[in-house]
Design a protein around this ligand. Sequence first.
Ligand code: TNX
Length: 719
Amino acid sequence: MRRLSVLAGVVVWTGLVFLGLSPPAMASTAQRLVPAPREATLSGARTGALSRIVIRQPAGSGPVLKASAARFEARMKQAFGLSAAGRAFPVRIECACAPGSGFALGGDESYELMITRSRARIRATTEVGVMRAFATLLQLAQRDEKGFSWPVGDVRDDPRFPWRGLMIDVARHFQPIEALQRQIDAMELMKLNVLHLHLSDSEAFRVESRLYPRLHEVGSFGQFYSQAEIRSLIEYAAARGVRIVPEFDLPGHSLAMIYAYPMLASAPVPDPPWILPVRRNAVIDPTREEVYAFLDGLIGEMTALFPDPHFHTGADEVNGIEWSASASISAFMKERGFARPEDLQAYFSGRIHDMVSRRGKTMIGWDEIFAPDLPKAVLVQSWTSSKMTGLAARAGHKVIVSAGYYLDWLTPSSFLHARDPLDLTAQGLTPEGFDRVRGSPLERLISERFVLDPTLRLTAEEEARILGGEAAMWTELVTPEKLDATIWPRAAAVADRLWSRPEATVVPLDERLEAVSERLENAGLRHVASPQAMQARLAPEGGTVVATLLEALEPVKFYAHNHESRSGGRAPLQSFADLADALPPESLPARRFNRQVAEYLAGDRSLAGVLTDRLTRWRDNDASFQALLARNPALKDAASASSDLSRLSDAALEALGRLQDRSLRAGGRDARIDELMRTHLAHQAASADALASFIRPQPPGDVLLAPFDGLRALIEAGG
Ligand code: TNX
């Protein structure tokens, strides 16, 4: 029934009845796209099997357009193995597009796609519009016995928000250029258009500086990007319709800079390795003119290196401890009438803004930069809560939203997808949650910025200042090997939220994500291969037994595993090779199981067989796993998860049997199963939100049973 109501949505289907196609089969094409297009009118017919395409470029097309056509063809070949012989299906590009067109913020990324049985046409007004059309066309292609085919029909599409980004922290863990290129490839396919690089933090400064060479020589600890590498990465991104926005975090998160140039310091600089409070408290001295002269030089050099009109200068998490402890800084504050460290930071922001705007750039800051006198030209990036999105927009700032889009939280794609940038209560602490923090060790990390205000409303004009958002990939615990799987395919949920009109996303994201994941891996991403390689190192003789178990596990959420404070703030000394590190944040097969249970319980009895197979496999896997464990102690973290999965699957099988055959009397559930379910509910609750994840004890090995919701639903329904 749900599928039928979908037909009334913006996606228009015609000829359905004539062709005798069932709605679910139809839903496998345009509705399954990520991000979902504004409008798709498909006839239900298909092109027929194709094995060769020929792309017809407009006369005088520039190198960027030519390269994107070549990329499209290569990806089609990679996915479907195009042949050199046979009928060539023409894909015609109609675009009088100027080189570089559509690339600037707010540029025209719209396109139209018209597919008939004999040809496909792309119509756009900019190069980037054509790239977006290629991304859609690639996803629309479906494997056929003899190659692939496309659905016949039209797509008309353009983005809901102009700023659709991915932030990657390359300071905490250096990420090689090739890793960044892979992320840009995936961004192009998901129609994301901003790569925000967090290039400096307390752990390291990552760009070659000709002006202040100690920044990269000393402050990078040996891993940095040369200016030539940065230039070629910018070009690589631009060719894919992705802008690169650099961030240099000031005045906090800056110990690496201070270590390289101690004259910047507010307090004496210790030698590394630096454990947590040292890194967190380190802050630049905002009272001395030679400090501003230095920063002016740096901003001059870096605004010239990075051509984007936006320049991010951080501003997050300045705690003021070093400022208050310094006699000279305190004297400066008194003289200027600055009562609180925030006032001093606002003064600093004003000075930095002068330097950035003098170079013709728009400054961006994390939401702590938001203060009464902040120049309205500064763009605010909200992260502490959706309230900050609203407050900044109301005050006249343009805003990009990262609150709720934290990939390092390891939350499922459904969590990311559920947060709308315009919903001012989407992400944040409730007042009760805030009360729980008061008096706890977390208090110093949390301010009233994190607390939601349910009364906050914006006018249409204020709302229009919200430009979009960015998924945020902080990498304190994310090595290059973990990068792809921590970002993909979950970042596609944010891409869908930012590109698609809510009414166009009629098929739940979960149901669309498996195909996307496959396409991304196909395009060279390693979110599937890398975790598999890590798992193989943990259990060299694991085979399908280990794979069957690990597919049912996820790491605990929020900061329960993925936070440096878990190792007492000694992140540099931590191992990143635990079982929980080798698991992708979200198990798509387990989520599919949970969905199938819900559909079965809603009346779709045809799923009984699939569920039985899956449950039988989980039930029987444990015996082999425990045997393997004797030889492979590295997996001991998963021992109890394996036996619990087996017991719960056994109980779920029994419940399923009763649901299938009502004549089997409910025998009353084993009390030990109820006990086990309570245990796993507690496991889930221990990382159900950020606060809990910091303070509650976590399950063995920091792992959760990903199909638990489905197992429990079956067991409870079966009586
Ligand atoms: C807060 S978000 C930070 C980062 C950390 C992140 C971990 C922001 C502007 N600052 O420095 O990496 O939390 O989730």
